[in-house]
Design a protein around this ligand. Structure first.
Ligand code: PMP
Length: 366
């Protein structure tokens, strides 16, 4: 049986959602923008999910804008933030943040790359100094998709609140997996569906301020003008099914599995965790496996029935060295022998040691 260890790239559709979607395919559909009864029902469904997402975030104000996914939600937030002034982010952020800022910087916008330490953590003193100097926005990953590193969200939120700056959080690897705490000072949040077992093709942006977000596209008044285009009712409905924490227990239990997995790889292969030393998402293990070159190792794993990755699938195609691992200061040699294993609910309660043994056997060609 195949072993799927790539939940940070995509967490397969939950069986309960598959049945839910199947049932929904039988029901009538309509355009939520239409004024007739069918349209009103479709609109009511969108609004019901908006309320669920607000509750999930613990936010009493602000608005939910449905998007095609996390990439679009990050773009929408940053586009609006850049319109208000200088924005900072670390090089360890997702490409949908880093590349937007690079392009904006090349076009003359004021952007700052935040320094990170060997675990990928930003420096709060630097953040405070930048805010004192007039920085208007910060984009931050709640949990890093490659290393799992948890940033000091609460502290940055407090600093942003004190200085009137906008904090954008990319919660693609957090929301619906682990409980979320709202903090005054969080200005916007990117929400993913398929990282938590929902369908791909839908996501959302929570936007806290009264004004904004500013649309990236033109052509319709949907989402109160923030995101033109007819909303995908089925997908939004399924996204709503993730709310309320039905999977929290399974995701939270993965820390035990991950730790046993790592312990075995440390003792058998001399593995060294990348981004260790900081708080990490319980499902994520990014390891340097000395002597095992990444591309060959991933092929050996795949042939042995194990799906893992080198890092973000958004960099995939050609296997480029991970910009995240490079940004945290790892040597070229170490980056070229690093692997990301990301677990999902089906592994909770299982044996991390058994999973590690399969990985070890595959890498050794046994
Ligand atoms: N942010 C993070 C943290 C991610 O892990 C990903 C997916 N790798 C994205 C954004 C983009 O998600 P999508 O490709 O589904 O738009």
């Amino acid at each position: 049986m195949r072993l799927y260890l790539d939940h940070n790239a995509h967490s397969p559709l939950r069986p309960r959602l598959r049945s839910w979607l199947r049932e929904r395919l039988e029901a009538p559909t309509a355009n939520p923008g239409s004024i007739h009864l069918e349209g009103q029902a479709a609109r009511a469904e969108l609004d019901r999910v908006r309320r669920l997402l607000l509750a999930e975030l613990g936010a009493s104000t602000g608005r939910i804008v449905f998007t095609s996914g996390a990439t679009e939600a990050n773009n929408l937030a940053l586009h609006t933030m850049l319109g208000a002034g200088s924005v900072a982010a670390a090089a360890t952020e997702h490409a949908s943040v880093v590349e937007v800022l690079e392009r904006a910087g090349a076009g003359g916008a004021s952007v700052v790359t935040l320094a990170v330490d060997g675990s990928g953590l930003i420096d709060l003193d630097e953040v405070e100094a930048l805010l004192r100097g007039g920085l208007r926005g910060i984009a931050l990953l709640a949990y890093n998709n490659e290393t799992g590193t948890r940033q000091p969200v609460e502290e940055v939120a407090a600093l942003c609140l004190a200085h009137g700056a906008h904090l954008h959080l990319d919660a693609a690897q957090h929301l619906f997996r682990y409980p979320w705490s709202h903090h005054a000072g969080i200005g916007s949040v990117t929400i993913s569906s398929h990282k938590a077992g929902g369908p791909v093709g839908v996501g959302a942006l929570w936007w806290g301020a009264e004004r904004g977000p500013e649309p990236l596209m033109s052509g319709g008044a949907q989402e109160r003008g923030a995101r033109p285009g007819t909303e995908p009712g089925w997908l939004v409905g399924a996204l709503g099914q993730l709310a309320g924490g039905p999977d929290f227990e399974a995701w939270l239990a993965l820390g035990t599995v991950r730790d046993a997995f790592e312990a075995r790889l440390v003792s058998e292969l001399g593995a060294v965790p990348n981004g260790g030393g900081a708080l990490r998402a319980p499902n994520t293990s990014n390891l340097w496996l000395p002597g095992y070159e990444t591309e060959q190792g991933l092929m050996a794993l795949d042939l042995a029935g194990i799906a893992a990755s080198a890092g973000s699938a958004c960099q995939a195609g050609a296997l480029e060295p991970s910009p995240v691992l490079q940004a945290i200061g790892l040597s070229e040699e170490r980056v070229a022998a690093s692997f990301r294993f990301s677990f999902g609910p089906e592994h909770s309660g299982g044996s991390g040691t058994d999973i590690a043994d399969r990985v070890i056997a595959a890498l050794r060609g046994e």
